[in-house]
Write a protein that binds this ligand. Structure first.
Ligand SMILES: CC(C)(COP(=O)(O)OP(=O)(O)OC[C@H]1O[C@@H](n2cnc3c(N)ncnc32)[C@H](O)[C@@H]1OP(=O)(O)O)[C@@H](O)C(=O)NCCC(=O)NCCS
Length: 178
């Protein structure tokens, strides 16, 4: 059974394997931590930074909550939630960032991450979340639409990983009824 948990030392090794898989497969739609930086001190070194991010204390970064998705002992993926709507969220990263390790894709985990993530969003007091999805990212578009995402518009976007692309902005209101 998939669970979203807060980052913890026990799953750092699984997190590293997950990051490595995304890197090895050149996944551009979601960039995790560089696996080469995930040494033994990584967790304690970054703990304070992630806690500050949750409290909005990092300059230029929206408030954001980071979860890991695990199934039993197996590391599956991650879920990030931004609870505010500054320009960076509206025009680039959206309210939600999520990914499933490549070897576990296509098994329903992505859908389950979003389902559980929306419950967290609601608990955070959000009334809607925005997903910004590359027009070519058919798996994520499918997950989002399956979960009730409604297409608002399509805009042009650019970032270093994805280059120039079209971005679908999907306001997702369905979870209000959860
Ligand atoms: C997007 C992502 C999280 C989906 O995870 P997943 O575990 O594969 O998702 P699920 O198995 O729950 O569902 C995937 C759905 O997409 C569909 N799908 C996959 N590839 C597809 C394609 N090329 N065209 C159309 N549909 C596709 C699957 O059939 C499935 O739909 P179904 O349940 O109706 O059969 C995963 O592909 C991923 O990590 N991608 C890289 C990072 C990323 O893109 N993150 C999102 C950024 S917005």
């Amino acid at each position: 059974m998939l669970r979203l948990i807060k980052r913890c030392p026990e799953f750092v090794s699984g997190y590293k394997d997950y990051c490595q898989e995304l890197y090895d497969n050149n996944v551009v739609y979601f960039r995790p931590s560089n696996p080469d930086t995930l040494d033994d001190e990584w967790f304690s070194r970054t703990k304070d930074w992630y806690e500050k991010k949750e409290r909005g204390l990092i300059d230029g970064q929206p408030i954001s909550f980071h979860y890991w998705a695990v199934d039993g002992e197996k590391f599956i993926g991650e879920f990030q939630l931004r609870t505010e709507f500054p320009e960076k969220v509206m025009l680039d990263i959206g309210s939600i960032g999520y990914a499933v390790r490549v070897s576990e894709q296509g098994k329903g985990y992505g859908t389950e991450i979003i389902r559980q993530g929306l419950v967290i969003a609601k608990e955070q007091g959000m009334e809607k979340v925005l997903l910004t999805i590359n027009d070519k990212n058919l798996a994520s578009i499918r997950v989002c639409e399956k979960m009730g995402g409604k297409l608002m518009d399509t805009i042009e976007a650019y970032n270093d990983a994805e280059g120039h692309h079209l971005l679908r902005r999907l306001p997702r209101r369905y979870w209000i009824t959860l």
